[in-house]
Structure formats: C-alpha cells, structure tokens
Design a protein around this ligand. Structure first.
Ligand code: PMT
Length: 411
C-alpha cells in the first residue's frame, strides 16, 4: 500500500446497537491499515451484537462501554478531547437524536458533548425510520453544526424489507473520514487570492452604504484552500469573524481599497475567488463633516458606480483561474450565465439570497455552479465549508498546468 493516509491520526470509533455492528469490525481494520490509532466506545446495546473483546483485540486498546466504570475514569472527556474525529458507525436513530439534542445519558453521548473534534456518523436503521421527520430533523441539525452524516444506502434490510437504511459501505466511510481528518493536499504549491465580506462606502465620517455579507462564505473558501495545501491571501471587508490562521489577511473597507489590494496581488495568484459582496455604488461626494438633517440627506443622495473589480482583474489576468459569485433574487441561472460571460470568468457560483439557509449570514448555502464550458451543477443546501470544497474541486479541474515555481508576493 502507498503511505498510510491516516498515519498519526487518532480516531474514536463509536459503535451503537444495530445488526450492522459486525461491519464496524471491518471498518476498524480499515482504519488500522491506514495507520490510525483507534479507540472503540460501544453502547450497551452494541455489546449485545458483538463482544467488546473483538474490538479490543483488533484495536489493541481496552474498549469503553460504561460511563461509570472505575478503570475507565474520565474516558468520556479525554478520548474526545484527544481525538482527531469521532466516527459513529453504525449510528442509530437514538444516538442521532441524543447528539442533536445534547443528551448525555451514556458514555458515547457524553463523549460527544465533551469533544471538540469533528463528528462523522454513518447511520443504519430499519423500517423506514430514516425517512421519519424526527430523524431527518436531527440529521439536519447535526449537519448544520458541521457534522458529517453519511446517508445510509438503499437495499435489503435485516427485517427482510427493502429500503433506505443500510449502513453505507465501509470503504465509503473510510474515504469520508480521510477527507475530513487528513484532507488531500491537491492545492499544495498553489496560490489562492480570495475576497470576502461586504464593502462600506462612506457618506460622511459616521455613515456608510453597505450590505448584509457576513464574510462566512469567503472565509470558508480561504479555510478550505489552506487546509488543502494552498498559500492563501484573504482580502476582507469588515466582518466579525476571527482572523483565520496561517494565511495573509488584508483588511479593507471600500470597493476602491478592495480593488487596489486584489489588483496588486493578482500576479501572485493562480486562482482568484471573489466571494465579497462589493457595493455597486458609492456616494459621489464624501462629506468630511457629519451631514446634518438640514443638508437634505434623507431626500437626495448622489451615487456613482464603484469599480467592477472582477471585470478589471479579468482584463489584467494572465493564467489565473477566475471565480466569481453571483447573488441573485430571481432568474438565477440566466443572470449568472450573463455575469460569467461579461466578467470573463472561468466559473461562477450563483446563490439565491432570498432562499432559506442560503446567501447572506447563514452557516449554509445552496449554490449552482456554472463553468466556462457551460456545465451547470446544482448543489443541495450544505454548510458553507462544504460548498467551499465543492467549489475548489471544480476550480482545480479548470486550473491548468503544474504549480508555478516563483514565489514573489505582490507582483
Ligand atoms: O458573506 P456571507 O454572509 O457568507 O454571504 C455570502 C454571499 C451572499 C456574499 C456570497 O455567497 C456571494 O454571493 N457573493 C457575491 C455577492 C455579489 O456581489 O454578487 P453580484 O452578483 O452583485 O456580483 C457578481 C460578482 O462580481 C461577485 O463575485 C462580486 O464579488 C463581483 N463584483 C461585484 C461588484 C463590483 N463592483 N465588483 C465586483 O467584483
């Protein structure tokens, strides 16, 4: 085998009471074969299907089963704190509910509350339970919080019925875990220039024109690119998001400042992602003094266009892959296609900002991607971080040639 992809990673494998428990044994073997250090926590129902001894032998560690066992003191705190991820497979409807609601009435659910690492759960259940609105609500809650829930598959179930509820293949769970805790470095050597947040166009020293952008979408792209090995420069309008680690962050306020910051670094970049919500207009005159009501502020405001940053960058670009966003309230695809063409882009990511859970401020987004060849990809509602990865997947295929060798910033 090539070098083990989970080498040095610590996983907690949570096993719940399901007939699919036996598959957790082969999953454990796959994790071990990829170099992971694995501790196993079983619910008491799980121990009815497979004995702890099986997991103990294969993991070469004691298996945790009891919240109050003397020899397992503080396991519910320390394992989750030390792990790179908790993987629950199979995960029952009961455990999904406990995780979503924050209940802690056994070892595994208590561990979930104490842990700060990612949760990856592969549910398995019978009798149409997966489709129940309660289960789907808990799944949505957990996904909203950033957990990865791997949908069960359709097929014959233990009851003899056929339906969605089978634990997904162990190999799929393995690949999902690798993607989450040891992501590919497919942007290694690449340089990504990203804009995020709103711009503020001042009227006077105390007032400005702006919009509802929180910066979450652009910051998610920056974070995803960094984790996948890219060097990142993030040009951000005013937001309340903490400064992300291991990247250069340039703070700007106006469209003009954002334009200058991006244009001066364009030559450095391989990929430009313009997620910022740039104000299209600014006041023609900025008063040096606070405007008085008597000056007619409320009845008359003279505006002029701000620079179209993307169009300007596309004209200056050489080999850079250019990605824009498109914030729409109607005719999503046709409006985005027009912007793709007029702004000279390789890819446009369109979102309907009126849709629930999409656009400004939310943790999630629902986007349609259109590339320069006209390929249209509709994505379902998902966390902005996942949208960011899907965007980078497409951008990666559109970027040509190997990474460049020169590393001169600000060219
Ligand atoms: O920040 P969040 O709260 O997470 O919200 C995310 C978002 C809704 C801001 C994001 O998903 C998004 O849609 N960003 C683009 C917003 C926008 O300005 O869309 P637009 O359709 O008006 O502009 C099209 C593209 O041109 C955008 O890439 C924009 O950055 C760019 N543009 C716009 C105006 C301008 N003067 N110069 C530009 O470069």
């Amino acid at each position: 085998m090539a070098s083990p992809r989970l080498h040095g990673r610590r996983l907690v494998l949570g096993v719940c009471g399901s007939i699919a428990c036996y598959k957790a044994v082969s999953l454990l073997r796959l994790f071990k074969a990829e170099g992971a250090e694995v501790r196993v926590a079983m619910t008491s129902a799980a121990t009815k299907f497979v004995t702890p001894l099986t997991f103990e032998t294969l993991s070469q560690h004691p298996v945790a089963t009891e919240q109050f066992a003397r020899h397992q003191e503080m396991v519910h705190l320390t394992w989750g704190e030390e792990a790179d991820a908790i993987v629950i497979a199979p995960c029952t409807a009961n455990m999904l509910a406990k995780a979503a609601l924050g209940l802690a009435d056994d070892l595994l659910s208590t561990m979930l509350l104490a842990a700060r690492c990612p949760l990856i759960a592969a549910p398995a259940m019978d009798g149409g339970m997966w489709d129940h609105v309660a289960v789907q609500t808990h799944v949505a809650t957990l996904r909203h919080r950033g957990a990865t829930i791997i949908d069960p598959e359709i097929g014959p179930l233990a009851s003899g019925r056929t339906g969605r509820g089978r634990l997904t293949a162990e190999s799929t769970i393995l690949e999902t875990v690798i993607e989450r805790v040891a992501p590919r470095q497919d942007f290694s050597g690449r340089r990504v220039l990203i804009s995020a947040g709103p711009t503020r166009e001042p009227l006077d020293p105390v007032r400005f024109l702006s919009n509802h952008s929180s910066g979450k979408m652009g910051y998610a792209v920056a974070e995803a690119a960094r984790i996948r090995g890219a060097e990142v420069i993030l040009v951000t309008g005013p937001t309340s998001i903490p400064i992300p680690p291991a990247m250069e962050v340039i703070h700007v306020a106006t469209a003009e400042e954002m334009h200058k910051a991006l244009a001066s670094r364009l030559g450095w970049a391989d990929l430009v992602v313009m997620a910022a919500a740039v104000a299209d207009h600014r006041p023609k005159r900025v008063s040096s003094q606070k405007l008085k009501k008597s000056a007619g502020l409320l009845t008359r405001l003279d505006l002029e266009p701000t620079p179209d940053i993307l169009t300007s960058l596309s004209r200056l670009k050489t080999t850079q892959c250019m990605v824009g966003f498109s914030a729409e309230t109607e005719n999503l695809v046709s409006h985005a296609q027009a912007k793709l063409r007029s702004k000279g882009l390789d890819l446009i990511v369109a979102n309907n900002v009126l849709e629930q859970g999409a656009g400004f401020g939310s943790e999630t987004n629902k986007v349609t991607m259109i590339d320069r060849q006209g390929t249209i990809t509709h994505l379902e509602l998902m966390p902005k971080r996942t949208v960011a990865d899907r965007l980078l997947d497409v951008a990666r295929t559109l970027m040509q040639g190997p990474p460049r060798l020169d590393h001169t910033p600000g060219m």
